[in-house]
Design a protein around this ligand. Sequence first.
Ligand SMILES: [Zn+2]
Length: 239
Amino acid sequence: MDLHHLFDRNVAWAQQKTRDDPSFFVRMAEQQSPKYLWIGCSDSRVTANDVLGLDPGEVFVQRNIANVVHTSDMNLLAVVEYAVEFLRVEHIIVCGHYGCGGIQRVFEDKRSALVDHWLQPIVMLYRKHRAVFDALDAATRLDRMCEINIEMQVRRVAAVPTVENAWAKGRDLTLHGWIYGMHDGLLRDLGPTLSSLATRDALVSIDQRVLDPVEPSSGVRRHAIEAFAALGEPGPRNF
Ligand SMILES: [Zn+2]
């Protein structure tokens, strides 16, 4: 089977972009200058530009299964270095999503595929706190692990030497932990928000967060609640 239909869609897309904005591709051909680095899941439903409402050129992207930050992942480390040192991004957003298939697999005790090895940091966290997670019903347990995984990965980004060096130099660089709800298209700010070595070092451990799952009502959440209230619709789940 050929893929001509994808080329057809590409041509249609390029034509539409040019109609909407005749200088679009002229600008795109110049140097990119995104302000954000997005570290997200490979899930085909969670594309950074669409979720953020941004054009090409506005967000630098790294994606893998379950948005994991491995300390020896040369791909991710090079992306972080390039984004921070050369593109001078001001924000690194770790964004996972509810209903993540990678996270679900952690609960299934499968050990036969490379993906299970990839998910090992989450598996280890689950094993360590199995009693806490297994006390929850299946849906809540999945939601909770999707959230806690993001918090864990933000802590890991905060330990990457590139990020530590930027903070040591006083650079304006902030790390965020967000989660996307595919059921309503909305992002939630889970925290932590880290902007210095001091804020990172003051953070409670991920083990503590598992045992004490208190969530602040962030400005982003309040904004979404108000936006849905204005539409006369019930608030989305998880608010
Ligand atoms: Zn996922």
